[in-house]
Design a protein. Structure first.
Lengths: 414, 143, 364
């Protein structure tokens, strides 16, 4: 069979005989469907066909000969055999070189280390195999937006099993991850802004080596993008404490799937995270309150400048430079939010101070713009008065020339 | 009565005409008077003196309305790029340890040709030209 | 009534060299008819006044504006923010352009409804239509100069339409754009049109237009002639100088006040610098004076019988223009009787079309 597969896998686009497709496309129901959808499959583009996975001989028109065991026909591939079947080509570097030289060939090896792979090996047929994520018979490139593993569709693909209570019964896992993730700032970036670099399930959990994360690994994952936060956190008093508790660093405050946009509400107030451990009177509690106060003061100052600049701009004043400076002010707000991860009020104070100085500057620019507006309107009023007086003078002049009346007879000359 | 009326008209008209003439000429002459900064620095910006930037360091320079990153890669080699990260518009910086351009927001990395090395940025950084005139560094837009 | 001035004992210094007495005498005798429609006679002068405003403010802007894709937007921003009273000069220039074109349309329609195009004033009508065309060209070329998103894409749409003209379309579009696409070459070219070619052509045509108006005097509509004729009187006239001129001055001052108000309270926006690589924002449309044909073309289906819809539209506009220019010829029949109802009907129809389609183009 291996020989058969090799012979038919040379990959010469055979425009000629494909008896599998020819016969099956005129059948009905589930026997017809694969033949119809194969046209969309990326393998079809490279001249591969049914026989390359299922065995058999595509050039034989007689069904018995085409689907004979002698030609290595396997028929429906059992679930436990799927990964090995795919890997037959996809783990062969020499073979894949001919089609996609830069594609990885370690997917099966990775898969075998994963929970899905290990459970499949022990006979659990409910776990995901290659075809559950990548689809079958109409497998598309990952970059194709219609592919179930395209970044925008991946979460719902994972959710097909992981959000299904019935399917997940018997495993020690919750089924709320997808619902939570959809409320997160990462999904917002992905779905609403179209930022394909934003993390989805595979970004943190891996795609083939789908390991459930332990304590150390999640903190490591967040830090691949959020470097500055991780740096500060590692030097902060929280790191050894959480590590000793066996708690997963970032997840303690930010959650793992439902990662909401951060705000001062996390530091102080009814929904605060800090107060879950720290008393208000404790050092930690006071630090949290102070950091919240600092950041709020900068937010308020920037909002005040925004307001006055918006008023100025709406009345047509040119405030583009001040608006640019506001941008720098907001950058300081971001820096302050990052500095929170040192968990010391002094660290937050530095960017807040700079931001407040910028906000004061832009506010003054707004005041200046409104002053200019007042000056222009004053100038306009003066000139309108002058014009009105001139119009009056002209009217009187006309009246006096025409003898005090504007009747036709008096102005008519002849 | 008639004389007073004619006088009033003469005053209104004369005053009105001269006032309106003045109100045209005044802004016009003020307009023609060149302002403090004689022109918008659009194509070129002075980025300080050669001595002020050490080799293998970088600094942010304001170019028109946006920041530009100036990097002195060697004694006589200068590079400049738009400092606006192509991911979410944070301001990038020169990372001396790795000799790369780094964005602190989400760990995006660019090489010294402005191309994306790793991280979320989708596009490379726009390059600018750098010339040294005497001991003055001048950054200008690429043609 | 002005008495004949006594000749001065010796001709003055200027009189001897320039000799303006004949002009002064001419002006002293120029009259304007007085009837219910006299109000409309001011609009020619108002258009001229606004044109002079354009020349003055435009010349001032020339001191700072830079006609290259890299600098145009920034130079306008510089004028608006750094140059003293730059905001005033620029906003007046932009608003006055619109008011001038609006006034020109009013002037044209009042000429139609008062029948001022009749023999022997056909050439005046032709030169006037030519001036209207030049005013629209001024508007189109000037609109691109600030080089912001709206002006860039409006120019793209406009020159695309030129390309749709049969036979000469492609070359015409290339000529306008200075290349195959709208870009820096287009900007420099439009600048050249706007400050040199068009002003030169306008000056010549304007002098011709004004000379013809002086030569033929001010016409009176037939109904006024008939009305007064029944009373056995000619149409009453008022002296141009000083009576009509003082009134004209009032109109000019009113226009000035309007411009000042608009510039101070509704300043012209700067917009966002044009980025040719960005996709066109939704709802791009040309300035209001091009909205009627623009919206008409949008409504036309892509194919009418075997012809491309756009082609049919452009052909339609061309025929409409030719027919409109030829108005003095078809307005009277061979016997010399005026086709009153036709002319009034045509004027009302065109006005209604332009007004309604401009409104539709603005709000749809």
């Amino acid at each position: 069979m291996k020989l058969t597969l090799m012979v038919f896998s040379i990959g010469i686009p055979l425009a000629a005989a494909d008896s599998c497709i020819d016969c099956h496309s005129v059948l009905e129901g589930s026997l017809q469907a694969p033949a119809k959808s194969f046209a969309n499959d990326v393998h079809a583009r490279f001249g591969l066909s049914c026989a390359d996975c299922h065995g058999g001989n595509r050039s034989e028109t007689d069904p018995e000969a085409a689907m004979s065991k002698a030609h290595g026909f396997v028929g429906k591939i059992p679930r436990t055999a799927v990964p090995d079947r795919c890997a037959h080509c996809h783990s062969d570097a020499r073979f894949m070189e001919k089609y996609k030289p830069r594609q990885r060939v370690d997917q099966l090896a990775q898969y075998k280390t994963s929970v899905h792979g290990k459970r499949l090996a022990s006979g659990d047929l409910k776990v995901a195999t290659c075809i559950d994520c990548h689809s079958v018979h109409d497998i598309r490139d990952v970059k194709n937006p219609l592919s179930p593993v395209h970044p925008l569709r991946l979460p719902e693909t994972c959710a097909r099993c992981h959000a299904d209570k019935a399917h997940m019964a018997g495993y020690k896992l919750t089924t709320d991850q997808f619902a939570s993730y959809r409320k997160s700032v990462h999904w917002q970036a992905l779905a609403e802004r179209g930022d394909l670099s934003a993390p989805s399930c595979a970004s943190c959990h891996g795609n083939h080596g789908a390991q459930p994360p332990g304590v150390g690994s999640v903190a490591a994952v967040c830090g691949t993008c959020h470097v500055m936060m991780e740096d500060l956190y590692k030097k902060s008093p929280h790191e050894p404490v959480f590590a000793a508790m066996g708690a997963a660093g970032c997840v303690v405050c930010h959650s793992n799937h439902e990662i909401r946009p951060p705000s001062v509400a996390m530091l102080a107030g009814p929904t605060a995270v800090c107060s879950q451990c720290h008393d208000a009177a404790s050092a930690g509690g006071m630090a949290a309150a102070e950091m919240s106060r600092q950041i709020t003061s900068l937010e308020k100052a920037l909002a005040r400048s925004d307001e006055i600049l918006a008023t100025a701009q709406q009345s047509g004043m040119e405030v583009s430079e001040a608006l640019l400076r506001q941008r720098e002010g907001r950058e300081n707000l971001v820096k302050a939010a990052v500095a929170v991860h040192a968990f010391r009020a002094a660290a937050v104070q530095k960017p807040v101070k700079e931001g407040l100085a910028i906000a004061a500057e832009t506010y003054q620019a707004g005041v200046g713009a409104l002053e200019e507006r007042r000056f222009r309107r004053l100038g306009l009023s003066v000139s309108l008065i002058v014009i009105a007086l001139t119009l009056l003078g002209l009217r009187l002049a006309i009246r006096s020339i025409e003898g005090g009346s504007t009747k036709t007879s008096s102005i008519a000359e002849r | 009565m008639e004389a007073r009326r004619r006088n009033l008209i003469r005053w209104l008209l004369g005053g009105g005409f001269s006032a309106s003439l003045a109100s045209f000429l005044y802004p016009a002459f003020k307009f023609m008077n060149p302002p403090e900064v004689p022109e918008a620095s659009v194509n070129e910006v002075s980025a300080g003196r050669v001595q002020d930037l050490k080799p293998n360091t970088g600094k942010i320079v304001k170019f028109g309305s946006l920041p530009v990153l100036l990097v002195r890669t060697a004694e006589t080699e200068w590079r400049a790029f738009s400092a606006v990260c192509t991911h979410l518009n944070c301001t990038v910086q020169f990372q001396e340890s790795s000799r790369q351009i780094w964005c602190a927001c989400h760990n995006g990395l660019y090489n010294l040709n402005g191309q994306v090395v790793s991280g979320p940025p989708p596009h490379p950084l726009e390059p600018y030209s750098v010339h040294v005139r005497g001991d003055e560094i001048v950054i200008s837009r690429r043609a | 009534m002005a008495s004949t001035p006594e000749p001065s004992p010796t001709p003055g210094w200027f009189e001897e060299r320039i000799g303006l007495r004949s002009i002064r005498a001419f002006l002293a005798h120029k009259t304007v008819p007085v009837h219910a429609g006299t109000l409309w006679y001011y609009f020619g002068g108002v258009t001229l006044f606004l044109f002079v405003i354009q020349v003055l403010t435009g010349t001032l802007l020339l001191l700072y504006y830079r006609p290259s894709a890299a600098e145009a937007y920034e130079s306008v921003q510089f004028i608006m923010t750094r140059v003293q009273f730059g905001w005033l000069i620029r906003s007046i220039h932009s608003w006055s352009a619109n008011l001038m074109i609006f006034s020109a349309f009013i002037h044209m329609f009042s000429v139609v409804f008062l029948r001022a195009f009749r023999r022997p004033r056909e050439l005046t009508w032709f030169s006037g239509i030519g001036l209207l065309g030049l005013a629209l060209a001024f508007g189109f070329s000037g609109y691109l100069l600030p080089w912001n998103t709206v002006s860039y894409f409006a120019t793209k749409v406009g020159t695309d339409m030129a390309a749709a003209v049969p036979v000469v379309g492609r070359n015409l579009a290339r000529f306008l754009r200075g290349g195959n696409d709208v870009g820096g070459a287009t900007l420099t070219r439009f600048f050249g049109f706007h400050v040199a070619v068009l002003p030169g052509a306008t000056t010549l045509l304007l002098l011709a237009h004004l000379a013809l108006v002086q030569k033929h005097g001010m016409s009176s509509p037939q109904w006024a002639v008939d009305d007064y004729g029944r009373k056995g009187q000619p149409v009453p006239q008022m002296p141009f100088f000083p009576n009509f001129f003082l009134r004209e001055l009032m109109a000019w001052y009113a226009a000035l006040g309007t411009l000042g108000f608009l510039a101070a309270v509704l300043p012209w926006e700067l917009g966002v610098k044009a980025d040719p690589f960005a996709p066109a924002p939704a709802g791009i449309r040309p300035e209001w004076y091009f909205l009627a044909p623009f919206f008409t073309l949008k409504l036309i289906p892509s194919h009418i019988w075997v012809f491309e819809g756009e082609l049919v539209g452009l052909l339609g506009f061309g025929l409409l223009a030719v027919w409109w220019v030829a108005l003095p010829f078809w307005a009277t029949d061979r016997q010399g009787h005026e086709r009153t109802r036709w002319v009034t009907g045509a004027g009302v129809a065109l006005l209604a079309y332009l007004a309604s389609f401009s409104a539709l183009g603005y709000w749809r």
